[in-house]
Write a protein that binds this ligand. Sequence first.
Ligand code: URA
Length: 203
Amino acid sequence: MSFEDLKNQYSICTKCLELCTSRTQVVFGSGKKDSKILLIGEAPGANEDKQGIPFCGMSGEILNQLLASNKLSREDLFITNTILCRPKDNRQPAKNEVENCRERLDQLINIMQPKVIVTIGNFATERILNKTGIKSIRGKIFEININNQNIKVVPVIHPASYLYSGRNPEMLQQMQKDFSVVSQIVAEKKTQKSLGEYNNINP
Ligand code: URA
């Protein structure tokens, strides 16, 4: 299946009845579809639902800053979410909604074969790594194997947490550091060992 086939297939998805009524459109993702960097957030919010682009609101502004501080830009990567449709009143995605979107995300990863996946926040991290507690695993490098392909995974704090913190400057510094791990992987400047903890896991 091609990237376009997958996108077309999910543009009319009706697996989640509630989300079909709360969404304006399916927000499949944006950026470079053949990028080696895949960012995964939680779910589209009100702005994303309106514009059809992930992370185009306040969280997106912070994300853009974090990328820019590490000489990365939105055009270098592809961004999607754990689920593709906006939940009503910005509630968290339900378990069955994450499950209904599981095959789509697996297929996207298969098609893109990214070198690194950045999981933004707890939802995406749990979905990809089966791990919770983002604060203790942020900025570490994990590895998953999909179709005999090793993919590095770096969990990062969700920009919304930073906004909820009242823009805590220490938190922003940590987040910038975590994104520097991503840019180092992309540039392949550091060895796996020097990057710290390295886990082989099967999600
Ligand atoms: N938060 C997310 O997790 N995803 C978006 O697309 C926007 C905000």
